[in-house]
Ligand binder design. Structure first.
Ligand SMILES: [Zn+2]
Length: 377
């Protein structure tokens, strides 16, 4: 897009230091696109289209082929207005950045103190809180906040850290419920000044989702799913749930529904997911994938029938006065006991299946080993 740069606006925009420019370009290439839209307005005085904010992004975009977007700030119509708006915006951003950095620093310090805690060290929340001059409750709140921020899409995280957007704890919780792609879309609405708060952006995002029509022929559906959708009435919510699944899972779900004679995705999906819930050991711990077949079908079990057959055959030799049947039976009983002692009972409660010295690196324990472990814990 062809944008004019107004000299007065250019003066208002703070030039970047060399280091800031390098950082900006590094951020952009990490994001793979210019995430924040370049803002412009149409000037009523001279009829020209001027850049309002994002001079460096605009410059970078015009030099490269990187993906970028433009957004018109519709409440601006003159240069003077824009300069006022920019100044307010910059001051707001600086204050927000300072405040946010402080919150995150305190929150992360609490987490760090928790991690490094020893028996003699003071309460991690209390010590960080008193040092920072905030209440224990505030320190704990900041810890939750930092943990949530650190889990967000990286482009979103960066915008919160540098004060580009303001976000309340409540909004942060709401935002973290979304997938990363949706988080970026929601925050993008605020950056583009489409809405004035994250709460409004989340509402707008929800509204859009509600009206979004997903066609049965959408190629994110597996072929079998397309056929199903063409022949069954489905709600948008159901189509969306189906889209959350990989194509192979869509096929598996629909086959399950056909087998179980379940008509709607809404009732089929929970039942299908239930069927995939992971098996548990007697302690109620999930059996990890690599141990399931061992727990369900222990190869040692196959030794029992031939041993019992030996016992039967030996019993048939009663007439042989030299054969010590009792000794043989005793030996067989011994072997069976030995096998029993090597039978998986629980997933190793120490390492949860990954292997440790308690479970001889196997990830599981027979009953006696578990009792041993329990006695020492
Ligand atoms: Zn272990």
């Amino acid at each position: 897009m062809k944008l004019s740069i107004h000299p007065e606006i250019h003066k208002t925009l703070r030039p970047l230091t060399e280091q800031e420019r390098t950082q900006l370009e590094a951020n952009i290439s990490e994001d793979g696109e210019i995430f924040d839209p370049i803002l412009y307005f149409d000037c009523v005085t001279d009829g020209k289209r001027y850049l309002a904010d994002g001079e460096h992004r605009h410059d970078y975009a015009s030099r490269t082929a990187i993906k970028h977007s433009y957004k018109k700030v519709s409440h601006l119509s003159t240069v003077e207005q824009t300069i006022e708006w920019l100044k307010k915006r910059q001051a707001g951003r600086r204050n927000l950045e300072k405040a946010e950095i402080r919150k995150l620093k305190i929150g992360r310090a609490v987490t760090e103190a928790r991690k490094n805690r020893t028996e003699t060290s003071p309460d991690p929340v209390k010590s960080v809180a008193s040092e920072a001059g905030v209440s224990d409750m505030t320190a704990r709140r900041y810890e939750v906040r930092a943990a949530l921020v650190d889990e967000l899409a990286s482009a979103v995280k960066k915008r919160i850290e540098n004060g580009s957007i303001s976000v309340t704890d409540k909004e942060l919780h709401a935002l973290s419920q979304y997938k990363k792609k949706d988080q970026s879309d929601i925050v993008g609405r605020v950056l583009a000044e489409e809405v004035s708060s994250l709460t409004e952006a989340i509402d707008a995002h929800e509204d859009e989702l509600a009206t979004e029509d997903i066609s049965p022929t959408d190629n994110r559906f597996a072929k079998a799913a397309q056929d199903y959708l063409a022949n069954h009435k489905t709600s948008i919510a159901e189509r969306r749930q189906l889209l959350e699944l990989a194509k192979s899972d869509q096929v598996s779900l629909l086959k399950f529904m056909a087998d179980q004679k379940i008509r709607s995705i809404a009732s089929g999906l929970p039942a299908w997911e239930e069927g995939f819930s992971s098996p548990q050991d007697p302690l109620g711990n999930a059996i990890p994938e690599h141990l399931i077949s061992l727990f369900e079908n222990d190869p040692l079990d196959s030794l029992k029938p031939p041993l019992n057959a030996v016992k039967t055959s030996v019993a048939a030799q009663q007439s042989n006065p030299y054969l010590k049947i009792a000794v043989i039976n005793e030996s067989i009983a011994d072997i069976l006991r030995t096998i029993q002692e090597a039978k998986p009972k629980v997933v190793c409660p120490e390492c949860k299946g990954s292997g440790c010295q308690w479970c001889r690196a196997s990830g599981w324990m027979p009953a006696w080993a578990y009792n041993d472990w329990k006695a020492k814990h």
